[in-house]
Design a binder for this molecule. Structure first.
Ligand SMILES: C[S@@+](CC[C@H](N)C(=O)[O-])C[C@H]1O[C@@H](n2cnc3c(N)ncnc32)[C@H](O)[C@@H]1O
Length: 236
């Protein structure tokens, strides 16, 4: 696995262009816009219920906004991408990810970006549910691979979910960005892993390899707090 001093937006440039792709968890469509700009998909599926959820394990997550705000976000996404929706490049699925999965055939998607509910169970369910929908050479990418203090307060369990999924299903953990809220890249295809690794080494300065991850290493997103504020950094 390569630890990459880069951002999730830049990672999009290393993915195959012109694919059929999906984003789980859309909110205002900010990252959907980045996907359109940097990965030029021929088809982008946006999946989000845009619904306030009354459940204790999601109560602290700042994405769980009020019903009124969810409606505003949904309408803003429809307006923001009206040209792409009319032209057929974007399909909007106002549904929970589990329900939306039925719309996709096995192997239909080239890659997916998972950024929906971040509890361990929900993040793991998204991985397991959508893995068969990605073609064999494709990629699973996702946000918020972090267990720093803030993330734990919001009940994020993406680190546990991704590690469990990778170990159980034999996926390769290809890359992790170094950010406050890191993005992970997975694939089950050895050639795709090798190609992506080579792209990253050639194009991202100062990558660091962590061998046998997550089999042999624990990831901790540590926080350093001082007069100048709080900084997070990855520790293995
Ligand atoms: C962190 S936000 C997404 C941010 C967006 N990906 C971005 O980077 O701009 C998480 C979103 O996931 C949505 N969400 C929550 N549970 C979901 C589920 N079960 N299926 C799909 N989306 C879900 C929320 O409504 C919220 O809009």
């Amino acid at each position: 696995m390569l630890v990459c001093p880069t951002t999730r937006s830049k990672i999009l440039r290393f993915l195959p262009e012109g694919g059929e792709v999906a984003e789980i968890g859309v909110a205002n469509g900010d990252f959907s816009q980045e996907i359109l700009t940097h990965a030029s998909p021929r088809k982008l599926h946006l999946i989000d219920p845009w619904e306030r959820q009354e459940r204790s394990d999601y109560a602290n997550d700042p994405s769980n906004v009020s019903t009124h705000q969810q409606d505003d976000r949904y309408n803003a996404v429809l307006a923001r991408f009206s040209k792409e929706i009319t032209g057929g490049t974007i399909s909007v699925h106002r549904e929970y990810s589990k329900n939306a999965a039925a719309a996709f055939a096995d192997g239909q998607l080239d890659w997916i970006y998972i950024d929906g509910m971040h509890t361990v169970e929900a993040a793991y369910d998204d991985l397991v549910t959508y893995a068969p929908k990605i073609r064999a050479e494709g990629f699973i990418i996702g946000h918020d691979y972090t267990n720093h203090v803030q993330a734990r307060d919001w009940n994020f369990g993406v680190v546990e979910a991704v590690n469990r999924f990778v170990l159980e299903r034999g996926y390769e953990f290809v890359a992790l960005t170094i950010e406050g809220f890191p993005t992970y890249v997975l694939t089950r295809n050895k050639d795709s892993a090798r190609q992506m690794t080579e792209f990253l080494i050639r194009n991202v300065p100062y990558v660091v390899e962590v061998r046998d991850f997550p089999q042999k290493h624990q990831f901790e997103h540590k926080a350093l707090t001082g007069k100048q504020g709080t900084l997070v950094y990855p520790s293995f």
